[in-house]
Design a protein around this ligand. Structure first.
Ligand SMILES: CC(C)(COP(=O)(O)OP(=O)(O)OC[C@H]1O[C@@H](n2cnc3c(N)ncnc32)[C@H](O)[C@@H]1OP(=O)(O)O)[C@@H](O)C(=O)NCCC(=O)NCCS
Length: 192
């Protein structure tokens, strides 16, 4: 997802790019109604449509964190655990969980609700990575992120391993360049 236009018009003084941010500073919520055009012939929401909404809400959260255009660099493996039905609402909640140099990891949760019943259920979650671009469309430094709660700290700590895994899968690094991931793999081996 490439967010441009309005964001590019931010005055530099409004960007406040380098102060330390909290996860809550980027918290972004988006609600959609599942319409007939969004569904397959069984009346269930298309996976691709959900990915589109996830990418939009994730890009908004990333841009809130860095006050730059944010482009999608990667998403983790996403599985569709529960179908979402025609006529239900889908609420997507996104926040930056860790920032690196020019990239940010955004955690996105998806909740579905039948409005007439008012019971919300979690259907999905995912981690998307976005890169901040400057006015020349080159990756640019993003503000640091300070986790405050223990949940935020846990998401922050595990983010480095997810980043290394994504870079390894994209063949951008070798396993020998990812010591934290190597340690995690050893832990996984002992857990099996
Ligand atoms: C994302 C993009 C800007 C990265 O550009 P690049 O020249 O590879 O830049 P770099 O190698 O310096 O990487 C920039 C950052 O992205 C991160 N990154 C790049 N690929 C990544 C991946 N697959 N997974 C996780 N992070 C990744 C790098 O680790 C780096 O992060 P850091 O600066 O915080 O350490 C570039 O690949 C791009 O424009 N991709 C297309 C984006 C797009 O159009 N998305 C919509 C999909 S259709």
């Amino acid at each position: 997802m490439l967010l441009s236009g309005a964001l590019n018009t931010f005055a530099p003084q409004l960007r406040n790019t380098m102060s330390v941010k909290r996860p809550s500073d980027s918290l972004t919520t988006m609600t959609q109604l599942v319409m007939p055009n969004d569904t397959n012939i069984l009346g269930k929401l298309f996976g691709g449509q959900l990915l589109h909404w996830m990418d939009v809400v994730g890009a908004l959260a990333a841009s809130k964190h860095c006050r730059h255009v944010a482009v999608t660099a990667a998403a983790n493996n996403i599985s569709f655990k529960e179908p979402i039905e025609l006529g239900e609402t889908v609420t997507l909640v996104a926040k930056v969980v860790r920032s690196f140099n020019t990239s940010m990891e955004v955690y996105i949760e998806v909740f579905a609700e039948k409005l007439t019943e008012g019971i919300s259920r979690k259907c999905n979650d995912a981690y998307f990575t976005y890169v901040a671009l400057d006015d020349n469309k080159r990756p640019t430094k993003v503000p640091d992120l300070q986790p405050l709660t223990s949940d935020e700290q846990e998401l922050f700590d595990k983010s480095l391993i997810r980043k290394q895994l994504k870079l390894l899968m994209a063949k951008k690094i070798k396993l020998s360049q990812a010591p934290e991931l190597q340690q995690q793999i050893k832990k996984w081996e002992t857990e099996v």
